[in-house]
Ligand binder design. Structure first.
Ligand code: COA
Length: 273
Protein backbone atom coordinates (compact mmCIF):
# COMPACT_ATOMS: atom_id res chain seq x y z
CA UNK A 1 0.00 0.00 0.00
CA UNK A 2 1.08 3.55 -0.58
CA UNK A 3 1.90 5.49 2.53
CA UNK A 4 -0.45 8.32 1.64
CA UNK A 5 -0.96 10.85 4.43
CA UNK A 6 -4.58 10.51 5.52
CA UNK A 7 -4.68 12.76 8.54
CA UNK A 8 -7.37 15.45 8.57
CA UNK A 9 -8.85 14.38 5.26
CA UNK A 10 -11.85 16.24 3.88
CA UNK A 11 -14.36 14.10 2.06
CA UNK A 12 -16.73 14.57 -0.90
CA UNK A 13 -19.01 12.25 -2.90
CA UNK A 14 -19.76 10.07 0.14
CA UNK A 15 -16.09 9.61 0.95
CA UNK A 16 -15.17 8.59 -2.59
CA UNK A 17 -13.11 11.74 -3.08
CA UNK A 18 -10.78 12.71 -0.25
CA UNK A 19 -8.36 15.55 0.14
CA UNK A 20 -5.76 16.57 2.66
CA UNK A 21 -2.89 19.01 3.04
CA UNK A 22 0.52 18.49 4.55
CA UNK A 23 3.66 20.63 4.31
CA UNK A 24 2.35 22.67 1.40
CA UNK A 25 1.31 19.55 -0.56
CA UNK A 26 -2.38 18.93 -1.28
CA UNK A 27 -3.42 15.34 -1.96
CA UNK A 28 -6.65 14.33 -3.73
CA UNK A 29 -7.50 10.63 -3.48
CA UNK A 30 -9.95 8.78 -5.76
CA UNK A 31 -11.35 6.46 -3.15
CA UNK A 32 -13.53 3.72 -4.58
CA UNK A 33 -11.06 0.83 -4.72
CA UNK A 34 -13.76 -1.88 -4.93
CA UNK A 35 -14.69 -0.42 -8.34
CA UNK A 36 -11.08 0.27 -9.26
CA UNK A 37 -11.78 3.96 -8.53
CA UNK A 38 -14.23 4.25 -11.45
CA UNK A 39 -15.53 7.83 -11.57
CA UNK A 40 -19.23 8.40 -10.96
CA UNK A 41 -20.71 11.82 -11.74
CA UNK A 42 -20.76 12.51 -8.00
CA UNK A 43 -17.02 11.77 -7.89
CA UNK A 44 -16.35 14.14 -10.82
CA UNK A 45 -18.21 16.83 -8.88
CA UNK A 46 -16.35 15.93 -5.69
CA UNK A 47 -13.09 16.23 -7.60
CA UNK A 48 -14.13 19.75 -8.64
CA UNK A 49 -14.90 20.71 -5.03
CA UNK A 50 -11.57 19.32 -3.81
CA UNK A 51 -9.68 21.16 -6.57
CA UNK A 52 -11.36 24.45 -5.66
CA UNK A 53 -10.63 24.04 -1.93
CA UNK A 54 -6.97 23.26 -2.55
CA UNK A 55 -6.71 26.05 -5.13
CA UNK A 56 -8.05 28.57 -2.60
CA UNK A 57 -5.88 27.33 0.28
CA UNK A 58 -2.82 29.61 0.34
CA UNK A 59 -0.84 26.94 2.19
CA UNK A 60 -1.04 24.58 -0.82
CA UNK A 61 1.69 24.94 -3.44
CA UNK A 62 1.30 21.69 -5.37
CA UNK A 63 -1.43 19.04 -5.68
CA UNK A 64 -0.99 15.26 -6.04
CA UNK A 65 -3.79 13.13 -7.55
CA UNK A 66 -3.73 9.46 -6.51
CA UNK A 67 -5.98 6.39 -6.49
CA UNK A 68 -6.74 4.46 -3.30
CA UNK A 69 -5.76 0.80 -3.04
CA UNK A 70 -3.18 -1.08 -5.02
CA UNK A 71 -5.18 -1.91 -8.15
CA UNK A 72 -5.97 1.35 -9.93
CA UNK A 73 -5.42 5.05 -10.37
CA UNK A 74 -8.86 5.44 -12.02
CA UNK A 75 -10.45 2.75 -14.24
CA UNK A 76 -12.47 5.31 -16.20
CA UNK A 77 -15.98 6.60 -15.93
CA UNK A 78 -18.38 4.46 -13.90
CA UNK A 79 -19.97 2.38 -16.66
CA UNK A 80 -22.78 1.27 -14.35
CA UNK A 81 -24.17 4.84 -14.55
CA UNK A 82 -24.23 4.86 -18.37
CA UNK A 83 -27.63 3.17 -18.81
CA UNK A 84 -29.29 5.98 -16.87
CA UNK A 85 -27.09 8.99 -17.56
CA UNK A 86 -25.27 8.39 -20.87
CA UNK A 87 -27.52 6.13 -22.94
CA UNK A 88 -27.90 8.45 -25.96
CA UNK A 89 -26.53 11.68 -27.44
CA UNK A 90 -28.78 14.03 -25.44
CA UNK A 91 -28.10 12.31 -22.11
CA UNK A 92 -24.43 12.09 -22.96
CA UNK A 93 -24.25 15.83 -23.61
CA UNK A 94 -25.64 16.56 -20.15
CA UNK A 95 -23.29 13.96 -18.61
CA UNK A 96 -20.30 15.45 -20.45
CA UNK A 97 -21.18 18.99 -19.37
CA UNK A 98 -21.12 17.97 -15.70
CA UNK A 99 -17.84 16.06 -15.89
CA UNK A 100 -16.17 18.45 -18.36
CA UNK A 101 -16.66 21.36 -15.99
CA UNK A 102 -14.45 19.57 -13.45
CA UNK A 103 -11.85 18.61 -16.03
CA UNK A 104 -11.77 22.24 -17.20
CA UNK A 105 -10.87 23.23 -13.64
CA UNK A 106 -7.94 20.82 -13.75
CA UNK A 107 -6.92 21.95 -17.25
CA UNK A 108 -6.63 25.58 -16.13
CA UNK A 109 -5.47 24.87 -12.57
CA UNK A 110 -3.19 27.64 -11.31
CA UNK A 111 -1.04 25.36 -9.13
CA UNK A 112 1.20 22.52 -10.32
CA UNK A 113 -0.41 19.07 -10.34
CA UNK A 114 1.13 15.58 -10.28
CA UNK A 115 -0.64 12.30 -11.11
CA UNK A 116 0.72 9.46 -8.97
CA UNK A 117 -0.35 6.38 -10.95
CA UNK A 118 -0.39 2.70 -10.08
CA UNK A 119 -2.40 -0.14 -11.58
CA UNK A 120 -5.15 0.57 -14.10
CA UNK A 121 -5.33 4.02 -15.64
CA UNK A 122 -8.09 3.81 -18.24
CA UNK A 123 -10.51 6.02 -20.17
CA UNK A 124 -11.47 9.01 -18.02
CA UNK A 125 -8.59 8.05 -15.69
CA UNK A 126 -6.21 8.68 -18.58
CA UNK A 127 -7.91 12.03 -19.09
CA UNK A 128 -7.29 13.01 -15.46
CA UNK A 129 -3.68 11.79 -15.64
CA UNK A 130 -3.06 13.62 -18.92
CA UNK A 131 -4.48 16.86 -17.51
CA UNK A 132 -2.00 16.77 -14.63
CA UNK A 133 1.24 18.66 -15.26
CA UNK A 134 3.44 15.66 -14.39
CA UNK A 135 2.85 11.87 -14.38
CA UNK A 136 4.81 9.53 -12.13
CA UNK A 137 3.90 5.85 -12.58
CA UNK A 138 4.69 2.63 -10.79
CA UNK A 139 5.97 -0.31 -12.80
CA UNK A 140 2.57 -2.04 -12.37
CA UNK A 141 0.47 0.19 -14.61
CA UNK A 142 -1.84 -0.60 -17.48
CA UNK A 143 -2.85 2.41 -19.58
CA UNK A 144 -5.57 2.48 -22.19
CA UNK A 145 -8.59 4.25 -23.65
CA UNK A 146 -11.19 1.55 -24.42
CA UNK A 147 -13.67 3.98 -26.03
CA UNK A 148 -13.81 1.88 -29.25
CA UNK A 149 -14.64 -1.20 -27.17
CA UNK A 150 -17.59 0.62 -25.61
CA UNK A 151 -18.78 2.56 -28.65
CA UNK A 152 -18.21 6.05 -27.27
CA UNK A 153 -16.32 9.04 -28.65
CA UNK A 154 -13.49 10.25 -26.41
CA UNK A 155 -13.87 13.95 -27.21
CA UNK A 156 -11.68 16.85 -28.29
CA UNK A 157 -9.98 17.79 -25.01
CA UNK A 158 -8.88 14.25 -24.15
CA UNK A 159 -7.52 13.60 -27.62
CA UNK A 160 -5.78 16.96 -27.76
CA UNK A 161 -3.76 16.00 -24.70
CA UNK A 162 -3.15 12.46 -25.93
CA UNK A 163 -1.83 13.72 -29.28
CA UNK A 164 0.33 16.37 -27.61
CA UNK A 165 1.92 13.73 -25.34
CA UNK A 166 2.33 10.69 -27.60
CA UNK A 167 1.94 12.05 -31.16
CA UNK A 168 -0.58 11.26 -33.88
CA UNK A 169 0.44 7.72 -34.65
CA UNK A 170 0.38 6.33 -31.11
CA UNK A 171 -2.86 8.23 -30.45
CA UNK A 172 -4.43 6.44 -33.43
CA UNK A 173 -3.05 3.04 -32.42
CA UNK A 174 -4.36 3.41 -28.86
CA UNK A 175 -7.76 4.74 -29.95
CA UNK A 176 -8.44 2.38 -32.86
CA UNK A 177 -7.46 -0.78 -30.93
CA UNK A 178 -8.49 0.17 -27.39
CA UNK A 179 -5.34 -1.76 -26.39
CA UNK A 180 -3.63 -1.44 -23.04
CA UNK A 181 0.06 -0.65 -22.68
CA UNK A 182 2.32 -1.20 -19.67
CA UNK A 183 4.46 1.33 -17.80
CA UNK A 184 7.58 0.63 -19.87
CA UNK A 185 5.79 1.38 -23.13
CA UNK A 186 4.04 4.39 -21.58
CA UNK A 187 7.30 6.05 -20.54
CA UNK A 188 8.90 5.21 -23.90
CA UNK A 189 6.15 6.98 -25.87
CA UNK A 190 6.02 10.00 -23.51
CA UNK A 191 2.67 9.27 -21.87
CA UNK A 192 4.29 9.31 -18.42
CA UNK A 193 7.40 11.08 -17.27
CA UNK A 194 8.99 8.59 -14.90
CA UNK A 195 8.43 4.97 -13.89
CA UNK A 196 9.56 3.76 -10.46
CA UNK A 197 9.22 0.45 -8.58
CA UNK A 198 5.77 0.12 -7.04
CA UNK A 199 7.08 0.29 -3.46
CA UNK A 200 8.83 3.59 -4.18
CA UNK A 201 5.96 5.33 -5.98
CA UNK A 202 4.64 7.49 -3.18
CA UNK A 203 8.09 8.61 -1.94
CA UNK A 204 9.20 9.39 -5.48
CA UNK A 205 6.06 11.45 -6.10
CA UNK A 206 6.30 13.24 -2.78
CA UNK A 207 9.94 14.08 -3.38
CA UNK A 208 9.06 15.87 -6.62
CA UNK A 209 6.10 17.62 -4.91
CA UNK A 210 8.39 18.84 -2.10
CA UNK A 211 10.99 20.15 -4.53
CA UNK A 212 8.23 22.07 -6.35
CA UNK A 213 6.72 23.41 -3.12
CA UNK A 214 10.15 24.74 -2.04
CA UNK A 215 10.63 26.66 -5.31
CA UNK A 216 9.36 30.14 -6.15
CA UNK A 217 5.58 29.91 -6.81
CA UNK A 218 5.48 32.83 -9.25
CA UNK A 219 8.29 31.36 -11.36
CA UNK A 220 6.42 28.04 -11.48
CA UNK A 221 3.24 29.88 -12.45
CA UNK A 222 5.17 31.64 -15.22
CA UNK A 223 6.32 28.27 -16.57
CA UNK A 224 2.82 26.83 -16.28
CA UNK A 225 1.12 29.75 -18.01
CA UNK A 226 3.72 29.92 -20.79
CA UNK A 227 3.68 26.16 -21.50
CA UNK A 228 -0.14 26.24 -21.66
CA UNK A 229 0.04 29.05 -24.23
CA UNK A 230 2.60 27.12 -26.31
CA UNK A 231 -0.06 24.39 -26.75
CA UNK A 232 -2.56 26.86 -28.22
CA UNK A 233 -2.86 27.88 -31.87
CA UNK A 234 -0.57 30.89 -32.46
CA UNK A 235 -3.48 33.28 -33.09
CA UNK A 236 -5.13 32.28 -29.80
CA UNK A 237 -2.08 32.68 -27.59
CA UNK A 238 -2.36 35.18 -24.75
CA UNK A 239 1.05 36.82 -24.99
CA UNK A 240 -0.10 39.51 -22.49
CA UNK A 241 -0.56 36.83 -19.81
CA UNK A 242 3.00 35.60 -20.46
CA UNK A 243 4.38 39.13 -20.26
CA UNK A 244 2.39 39.96 -17.08
CA UNK A 245 3.58 36.91 -15.15
CA UNK A 246 7.15 37.58 -16.35
CA UNK A 247 6.91 41.14 -14.99
CA UNK A 248 5.42 39.86 -11.71
CA UNK A 249 8.40 37.50 -11.30
CA UNK A 250 11.05 40.09 -12.01
CA UNK A 251 9.44 42.58 -9.59
CA UNK A 252 8.80 39.97 -6.88
CA UNK A 253 10.17 39.72 -3.36
CA UNK A 254 10.94 36.11 -4.21
CA UNK A 255 13.34 37.06 -7.01
CA UNK A 256 15.19 39.30 -4.54
CA UNK A 257 15.21 36.46 -2.00
CA UNK A 258 16.40 33.97 -4.66
CA UNK A 259 19.42 36.01 -5.67
CA UNK A 260 20.28 36.98 -2.08
CA UNK A 261 20.06 33.36 -0.92
CA UNK A 262 22.36 32.32 -3.77
CA UNK A 263 24.96 34.94 -2.83
CA UNK A 264 24.69 34.05 0.88
CA UNK A 265 24.90 30.31 0.09
CA UNK A 266 21.66 29.47 1.90
CA UNK A 267 18.31 27.91 1.00
CA UNK A 268 15.82 30.55 -0.19
CA UNK A 269 12.53 31.05 1.64
CA UNK A 270 9.93 31.88 -1.00
CA UNK A 271 6.60 33.53 -0.22
CA UNK A 272 4.87 33.59 -3.59
CA UNK A 273 4.96 37.36 -3.95
N1 COA B 1 -17.12 1.31 -14.23
C1 COA B 1 -17.89 0.61 -13.40
N2 COA B 1 -17.44 -0.43 -12.67
C2 COA B 1 -16.15 -0.77 -12.82
C3 COA B 1 -15.29 -0.09 -13.68
C4 COA B 1 -15.81 1.01 -14.43
N3 COA B 1 -15.08 1.74 -15.25
N4 COA B 1 -14.07 -0.65 -13.61
C5 COA B 1 -14.18 -1.65 -12.73
N5 COA B 1 -15.43 -1.73 -12.25
C6 COA B 1 -15.96 -2.68 -11.27
C7 COA B 1 -16.23 -4.05 -11.90
O1 COA B 1 -17.49 -4.06 -12.54
C8 COA B 1 -16.17 -4.94 -10.69
O2 COA B 1 -17.39 -4.83 -10.00
P1 COA B 1 -18.03 -6.11 -9.22
O3 COA B 1 -17.03 -6.41 -8.13
O4 COA B 1 -19.32 -5.59 -8.72
O5 COA B 1 -18.12 -7.19 -10.26
C9 COA B 1 -15.10 -4.27 -9.82
O6 COA B 1 -14.98 -2.94 -10.30
C10 COA B 1 -13.75 -4.92 -9.97
O7 COA B 1 -13.46 -5.02 -11.34
P2 COA B 1 -12.93 -6.38 -12.02
O8 COA B 1 -13.19 -6.29 -13.48
O9 COA B 1 -13.45 -7.57 -11.31
O10 COA B 1 -11.38 -6.23 -11.67
P3 COA B 1 -10.10 -6.59 -12.53
O11 COA B 1 -8.96 -6.20 -11.68
O12 COA B 1 -10.17 -7.98 -13.03
O13 COA B 1 -10.18 -5.63 -13.83
C11 COA B 1 -10.44 -3.52 -15.01
C12 COA B 1 -10.10 -4.25 -13.69
C13 COA B 1 -10.35 -2.03 -14.68
C14 COA B 1 -9.42 -3.88 -16.10
C15 COA B 1 -11.84 -3.93 -15.51
O14 COA B 1 -12.75 -3.81 -14.43
C16 COA B 1 -12.33 -3.09 -16.64
O15 COA B 1 -12.03 -3.35 -17.80
N6 COA B 1 -13.11 -2.02 -16.31
C17 COA B 1 -13.69 -1.15 -17.31
C18 COA B 1 -12.65 -0.21 -17.84
C19 COA B 1 -13.22 0.72 -18.88
O16 COA B 1 -13.79 0.30 -19.87
N7 COA B 1 -13.05 2.04 -18.64
C20 COA B 1 -13.50 3.05 -19.53
C21 COA B 1 -14.82 3.56 -19.10
S1 COA B 1 -15.34 4.87 -20.16
Amino acid sequence: MLDIPNSAETSHADGKILHSVRDGVGVITFNNPDKRNAMSLEMWEGLGLALVELRDNPEVRVVILVGAGDKAFVSGADISQFEKTRHNAAASEEYSKRSEAQRALLASYPKPTIACIRGFCLGGGMQVAMLADIRIASDTCQFGIPAAKLGIAYGYEGLKHLVSLVGLSWARLLMYTGMRIDSGEAVRIGLVDRVVPDTELWDATLEIARIISGNAPLAIQAAKITIAQVLKDPDRRDMDAIRDIGTACMDSEDFREGRQAFMEKRKPQFKGR
